[in-house]
Design a protein around this ligand. Structure first.
Ligand SMILES: *Cc1c(COP(=O)(O)O)cnc(C)c1O
Ligand code: SF4
Length: 312
């Protein structure tokens, strides 16, 4: 994956944000020595019925609009594909995706992903409008990091047109926009302004986060992040254990540390500000929740928020 950093992110790095630098700058001399897989989630090999779709969970399907993003996160699960034309869909391929969804009445929830759907607003608008015509599709979600990468692009006509389309579709379908945010430094004032524009579409805002070693693997930083998001009317949805994809091993935290952090955060945050901690199971199926440290197996002894062992 090529290094790609937007002027906006460059400015944050220049102002001294190590969290941004760690996420986007190539590390000099870094060689990934992991034996991690190219496609740890089996997206291409096992669960892709047609190019562009990943159909892993009965009623939900992932629609990969492209492999293009405004900036390239060095920890991306799709490390080897991002920034290439491999995921570009021809009109015919796009129609094949639509036909597959139309033929599968069990699909009621479509997640536009990529790559970043907001980075290719013209294509995403077409896809969104086509999906809106399928009666059994009740929920459409857009997963994006564009407000964080390129907040000033929200002034462009193409992005405005897409947001307008989201607003129209949101009258008919349940629309979610899920923003990928990992660190409070990402919530710069112009990013917040961009988020406000998305909010005007009446799509429900949620966010997703990845545990990243050297970026956000601490209680204080995540407490700050989730509180800020909650106060911005964004509901933290998932926090992921970093996928073990080839090229990104330096970011993977220990699950033990992640559990300790999530247990402490449960004491400090409202349930509404607290995301579900999951591992997307490699070579398997499921975003499986990671247990917290309050329970010990099936024992009826529980540790409460004060550390007291209570029998229930
Ligand atoms: C994450 C994911 C979904 C959506 O899962 P939810 O738990 O409904 O958010 C759907 N399909 C694929 C392939 C996924 O990776
Ligand atoms: S925005 Fe998402 S898809 Fe794009 S490089 Fe970052 S993590 Fe990967």
């Amino acid at each position: 994956m090529k290094e790609r950093i937007t002027p906006h992110l460059q400015r944050l790095i220049a102002r001294g944000s190590t969290a941004i630098r760690e996420q986007f700058k190539k590390k000099r001399g870094y060689v990934d020595r992991s034996d991690f897989d190219d496609d740890p989630l089996g997206e291409e090999t096992r669960y892709s019925p047609v190019k562009g779709l990943v159909h892993k969970f009965g009623n939900r399907v992932l629609f990969k609009v492209s492999y293009r993003c405004a900036a390239h996160c060095r920890f991306c699960t799709r490390f080897r594909q991002i920034g290439t034309s491999d995921g570009d869909l021809s009109t015919e391929e796009m129609h094949k995706c639509m036909a597959y969804i139309a033929e599968h009445g069990e699909i009621d929830d479509v997640i536009l992903s990529g790559g970043d759907p907001l980075y290719t607003p013209r294509d995403t608008k077409v896809i969104l409008e086509e999906l809106a015509k399928i009666p059994h599709v009740k929920v459409i979600r857009i997963g994006t990091r564009f407000p964080v990468h390129s907040p000033d692009s929200f002034k462009s006509k193409l992005v405005k047109d897409l947001l307008h389309a989201v607003r129209i579709v949101a009258k008919k379908k349940v629309m979610f926009v899920s923003i990928h945010v990992n660190h409070p430094d990402e919530l710069a004032p112009n990013v917040i302004r961009a988020i406000r524009l998305i909010e005007k579409t009446r799509a429900i805002l949620v966010c997703q986060t990845v545990f990243l070693k050297g970026v956000n693997n601490g209680v204080a930083v995540l407490e700050d992040l989730f509180k800020k998001l909650y106060h911005l009317r964004i509901r933290p949805y998932y926090i992921y254990h970093c996928d073990k994809a080839k090229g990104i091993s330096r970011y993977v935290c220990s699950l033990k540390q992640e559990r300790r952090i999530m247990t402490e955060l449960r004491k400090r945050l409202s349930g509404l500000a607290y995301p579900m901690h999951v591992v997307d199971i490699p070579q398997g199926r499921g975003k499986v929740p990671v247990p917290l440290d309050f329970w010990n197996g099936n024992s009826r002894k529980v540790v409460d928020f004060d550390g007291t062992v209570v029998k229930i």
